[in-house]
Structure formats: C-alpha cells, structure tokens
Design a protein around this ligand. Structure first.
Ligand code: ARG
Length: 514
C-alpha cells in the first residue's frame, strides 16, 4: 500500500491486508487538517526500538496464554524483525509509531497480523514503551553522574593540600582546599545519583496489560510480559530485600493507574533538574575561579571571541549553567500538563513525554561536559595560595584560638573584628586585645600560635573536624566518596546487565517462533 492511500481516505474498510492503514485507523479518522498536529510519529522515533520489543513480548505472552496461534505469532514476529531492519523512516504513515508498526505488520502478514493488538491498547503500550526507553536513558544519565564524581574525586586526591580561598556571599571567608571544594560537589552529586536510581526503580515497572485503562477479558499474563521486558522494579526492588536472583517481575497493579499515570516522568525530570541545578553551581564556581585566574580550563572546554583574539572563555560551563534553566522549565511544563488531568488516558500525555526526552538528553550532556571540564582544568596553586590569605580570611581561626584559650567566643570575635578594622597582622590584633580586653594578647595565647593561625595552610590544617578541610579529614571523605561511587557503579552495572539479559532472553523466546 502506498503512503498516500494510508491517509487519503479512499481505502476500503476492513478485511483487506493490502489496506492495512485503513484497517487500523478506519477511514473516518485517516485524514483531515489536524493530522500532523495529532501525530507523534516523528518524535516517536525515540521509542521505535522499544515498541518493537514491547510488541514482541506481548505476542510471546499471547501465544503462551493460548490467545494467538503459534504460526500467526511466528508470522507477526517475523514481520516485526523486518520492520526493525527497514527502520523507523520506512514506516507507513500513522498517527504514531504504534499504529504505524501495526500497519506495517498487517501489510506484511495480512489480516491475521491484526491479532497483535489483542488484549491491549495504545495506552498501556505507549506507557510501556516510554518506560522501556527511559530506563536506558536514565542509566546513561546515572553513568555521567558517576564519571563526574570520579573526576571530582581525582581532583580532590591531587589537591588535598592545595590551599584556596573559601567564600560566603562571594566574599573571602576562610581558607580551604581544592580537595574540600571538589568533595563538596561529589557529595551533592552522590545524592543526585541516588535520586535518579530511585526514580529508575519506579520507571522499572510494567504497565502492559492495563489495556485502554479498564483491563481485558482475555486471560493474559501481565507478569510474563513484565518479565520478558525486564521490568523488575530494581533497584527499588532490591531495597525491598530481594537479591538479584530473586528479582521478579513488577507490574503497575491497577490498570487505570498503569495506563494513565506519568508521575514516573515527573519524578525523573525532577531528579534530572535537581542534578542540573547542582551542575549549574559547579559551573558557576569554575567560571568565577577562571575569572580570578586561579583555574584555567583546557582549550577543549573553552571558546574564543570572534573579534577579541586574546579571549579564552568558559562557554561550555556557561551552557552547563543554562541547562538548569531548561530542566527547571521542563519540570514546570510537565507539572502543568499533568496537573488536573482526569483519569484515565488523555492525549495531553503525548506532549508530556517530550519533556522527558529533552531533559534527559540535555542534562546527561551537561553532566558529561562538566566532568570533562573539571578533569582537565589546571589549578594555579601559587595564585590560589596568595588569594587564600586575602581579606583577613584567617580571622575566624584567630578568634577560635582565643576562644580555645578560654575567652567566650563572642568576646574573641569582638577582638578580631576590632583588629580587622585596622589590619590583619599580629600588631593589629595586639592593639585590639589592649583595647577590648585591656591586656596584652600574650596573657591569653602564645604569640607563635597566633602567627600560625594567621597562616592559611596552618589555618586549614587546624580545622580537622569531621568533614572539614584539614588533609586528614579530607582523606576520610575521599574514602567515603570512593566507596559510595564504587557501590553505585556496581548497582549501575547490575541494572545495565539486567536490561541486556532481558533483551537476550526475549530474543531467544522470539527465535522459538520465527
Ligand atoms: N501517541 C500516543 C501518546 O503518546 C499514544 C497513545 C494514543 N492513545 C489514544 N487513545 N489516542 O500518548
């Protein structure tokens, strides 16, 4: 059948395999000026492969349950393989990929091909396809968070003792180290990974068999399609106590919920948006550090000006920073689309899906670029050391020293605040002690210790509380960060393997019929 006849409204209805599009759509709904507005076929390229897998699993289940004859199943499965080889671009016209693939199958098999759509609807079908494809995409996003964490851990390891200025309100606050800074982001991104893994667990459940929303009179086996597609609820399922061996199929129980809920999309986009927000802070820090000349980005992650030949700009990180805006916009758009949608399926859901694809692509790329930029950046240790002492950044350490000697911290704070008005050296503090305490500094503390506290490196080394910047505290944090990253890598690998295994197992089942 030609593409034209698929939507020119002239096809005869029913019964004729050569008029497959007419069969699927029926003439009344096959054309019209809103045709392209209705269609998601182009965007559905994203779920083309997923739809074929979902079709295969469904057909295998139908034959196992005695709903479709084995020879018909074999023909349908063979047709699906041919459709896959021809690719998405070769699909006949259709309102969406589900309809187009069904049409292509009926084109090849004849009327019997229409048995593929027994006991299901495009509503549970599309939900299954989105979840199937999104698993792969979220795994890729998780992978980039891991790579970024590894980059940060490497930077931290290499710069355990590289002193740098620490800021609050973008004002010099207290000296810290590059390691401490890097680990602050590793910790945050560790939580981003965890949020994505959690979202993954809920994506990883099967809506198939929910049909239009109200179930089906056919004796289908929803667990079987879930199993064939690897929907096992992990890693959330692991948290429920089952090991990899015990993992079993997880279906979204209620058929109305299965076919019409998209909270898994919202949760995923929110988790991605949170990660993008973390990335934007990281990007902004490095942009500011580049501005101050304390960090130099590799040329690979920089751009220049078309007019100012001396310029080397941190454009990649500016784009990373901007992705957070797009992702936040997607959360807003998706939430607004889903808000107030009545049960059950409504076509609005078609436009909900694209937010997820756009966001997962943009955030994954941003995460990857941030990892590369961080891994290849050069830290200017000399400038960092000089800047670390600027703005009397060791003042808090001097106040701490006085407080350790027994002065109430508030009084110690006053002494150093008074000194700060006149300078940041020993003499200024001595004068302040005379004024505020009416006594020489020596009465309270050893002058050598004051001198040491004024040194940024000693100041850093003294702050060895848990999670602090002192090298030994940082060593502990590095250990925790590495262990967490390795554990997450393992989970990631298990999830990826589970998907591959399910795919291979489904292929084997299919091979039994084709
Ligand atoms: N293209 C549709 C979507 O993305 C598929 C489901 C259509 N279902 C329907 N009842 N119109 O949501």
């Amino acid at each position: 059948m030609t593409e034209e006849s698929a939507h020119d409204g002239k096809s005869a209805d029913g019964g004729d395999g050569a008029d497959a599009a007419g069969v699927v759509r029926r003439d009344r709904f096959s054309g019209g000026p809103a045709r392209s507005f209705l269609s998601s076929l182009e965007a559905d390229e994203r779920i083309f492969a997923a739809d074929l897998e979902v079709d295969r699993a469904h057909v295998v289940m139908l034959v196992e349950c005695g709903i479709v004859e084995a020879d018909v199943a074999g023909e349908i499965l063979t047709a699906l393989d041919a459709v896959e080889v021809d690719g998405h671009d070769a699909l006949p016209d259709g309102e969406d990929v589900h309809e187009a693939i069904e049409t292509a199958v009926i084109d090849r098999v004849g009327e019997e091909g229409g048995k593929m759509h027994t006991a299901r609807s495009r509503n549970d079908e599309v939900a299954a396809c989105i979840r199937y494809r999104l698993r792969e995409d979220v795994l890729a996003a998780i992978e980039t968070t891991l790579a970024l964490r590894e980059s940060l851990l490497e930077v931290a390891d290499a710069h355990r003792e590289t002193i740098m200025p620490g800021y609050t309100h973008l004002q010099p606050a207290q000296p810290t180290t590059v390691a401490h800074w890097a680990l602050s982001y590793e910790g945050a991104i560790r939580r981003d990974t965890a949020r994505l893994l959690e979202a993954y667990g809920r994506i990883n459940e099967s809506p198939l068999g929910g049909a239009a929303f109200a179930g089906t009179p056919f004796e289908i086996d929803r667990e079987r399609t879930a199993e064939l597609l690897g929907f096992d609820g992990s890693p959330a399922n692991d948290a429920r106590g089952s090991s990899a061996e015990q993992r079993s199929a997880v279906v979204v129980e209620n058929s109305m919920d299965a076919s019409s809920s998209r909270d898994f999309l919202l949760e995923t986009v929110q988790a991605l948006s949170t990660h993008a927000t973390t990335l934007s802070g990281l990007a902004e820090d490095v942009i500011v550090f580049a501005n101050r000349g304390v960090v130099s980005l590799s040329d690979d992650y920089s751009s220049t000006s078309s007019i100012m030949p001396q310029k080397k700009n941190p454009d990649t990180l500016e784009l990373v920073r901007a992705v957070a805006g797009d992702a936040a916009g997607s959360v807003q758009g998706l939430t607004t689309t889903l808000k107030g949608l009545p049960r059950a399926y409504n076509r609005d859901l078609q436009r909900a899906t694209t937010h997820a694809w756009e966001t997962v692509d943009a955030v994954t790329e941003a995460s990857e670029v941030a990892a590369g930029a961080v891994a290849t950046a050069d830290w200017n240790e000399e400038t960092l050391a000089v800047e670390a002492g600027e703005g009397f950044s060791t003042a808090t350490g001097v106040a701490d020293l006085l407080a350790m000697a027994g002065l109430p911290f508030r009084t110690a704070h006053e002494v150093v605040a008074n000194a700060a008005e006149n300078g940041s050296d020993y003499d200024a503090i001595e004068a302040a002690a005379q004024e505020v305490l009416g006594d020489s500094l020596e009465t309270f503390v050893d002058p050598d210790e004051v001198a040491a506290a004024l040194d940024p490196a000693t100041s850093v080394a003294s702050r060895d509380s848990r999670g602090g910047p002192a090298p030994e505290s940082v060593a502990d944090q590095l250990e925790v960060g590495r262990a967490a990253c390795e554990a997450d890598r393992e989970t990631h690998a298990e999830l990826a393997t589970a998907l591959e295994d399910a795919q291979a197992a489904l292929r084997e089942e299919v091979n039994g019929y084709v």
